[in-house]
Design a protein around this ligand. Sequence first.
Ligand code: 5GP
Ligand code: ZN
Length: 114
Amino acid sequence: MDACIFCKMVAGTIPVKKIHDDDACVGIHDINAQAPVHALFFPKRHIATLNEIGVEDRELLGSLMLAATRYASESDIAESGFRLVMNCNKDAGQTVYHIHLHLLGGRTMAWPPG
Ligand code: 5GP
Ligand code: ZN
């Protein structure tokens, strides 16, 4: 998708430091971190929202979760705890329309989220 910033990061036309890169997905630091650790994991293939996923995406979604939890471990927040979040559409506050999994940790978080 030409206009999508995450697709441009995958293609390399927007340079970004990758903290994870495999066949299926990429991990980056969030530019506007909301916690000491705030990373984003997204598929290399463009999927705009969670409303577009299908059964064929089960493995892909598992890859995102695996990459995020491995990075949590590497960042020493696995034991203290972390949160994984995917926002879908306007009410959830989605701003980048290429699905991504937020990994947040390194501080105590409130529940319910705002
Ligand atoms: P959403 O609100 O869609 O769930 O999350 C989008 C996230 O992408 C936000 O936390 C935002 O800070 C992050 N983001 C937006 N543009 C960029 C960018 O150009 N680089 C990086 N590293 N993160 C970005
Ligand atoms: Zn995209």
